[in-house]
Design a protein around this ligand. Structure first.
Ligand code: URA
Ligand code: SF4
Length: 193
């Protein structure tokens, strides 16, 4: 691990910038390969993540792993994080002020890793990163903002409530892998702004 990411992890685990620090068991910094060309960004840690201090290790994490395996992207090769690093009580959505407070940690992760493409998982991340909504309408799309590529897909937890989305997520991540290959080869890709 680079010194920069170690320093960031230390700041996150001792962070008290928003109210979520009071109820957490563990803060959950991002995890994975800091040389990754893709960062996956979810919403917030859930119960298992709070207990283990690692992102996407519960049910949603299993679904994400399965979709990654299908897509040809390797979980160990990528970096995975969340918009907020501490679990909101009862898994409620993180409030705007909590997301704002935690933004510096996310921006620092992006600065250290400098991904070629950011995979936005679900509505909270879509709103926080791109000011977007209506994930079902916008999923599967590539966006480009300030020179940075983003890819938007459904949140893995949504699959738990809507099994039809399991294949949607898998196919989206496969497309994401193909898109990354094109970006790396300098080929043209279609995107929205
Ligand atoms: N859901 C998220 O958004 N992030 C996690 O880390 C786990 C579940
Ligand atoms: Fe700090 Fe983010 Fe945790 Fe709030 S959610 S206490 S800003 S690390």
């Amino acid at each position: 691990m680079s010194e920069e990411i170690v320093a960031l992890r230390k700041r996150v685990v001792s962070c008290t910038k928003c109210i979520l620090h009071k109820s957490r068991k563990n803060a959950v910094p991002g995890y994975g390969n800091i040389g990754s060309e893709i960062i996956f960004i979810g919403e917030a840690p859930g119960r298992n993540e709070d207990l283990q201090g690692e992102p996407f290790v519960g049910m949603a994490g299993q679904i994400l792993s399965e979709a990654l395996a299908y897509s040809g992207l390797k979980r160990n090769d990528v970096y995975i994080t969340n918009v907020v690093k501490c679990r909101p009580p009862n898994n409620r959505q993180p409030l705007r002020e909590e997301r704002e407070a935690c933004r510096e940690h996310l921006l620092r992760e992006l600065e250290i890793i400098r991904p070629k493409i950011i995979c936005v998982l679900g509505n909270t991340a879509f709103d926080s990163l791109l000011g977007g909504n209506l994930i079902t309408k916008n999923r599967g799309k590539v966006f480009k903002r300030d020179g940075q590529f983003y890819f938007v897909t459904v949140h893995p937890a949504a699959v738990i409530y809507n099994p039809d989305l399991r294949q949607v997520l898998k196919d989206d991540l496969k497309f994401l892998g193909q898109t990354l290959d094109k970006i790396k080869k300098g080929l043209q890709i279609e995107f929205s702004e």
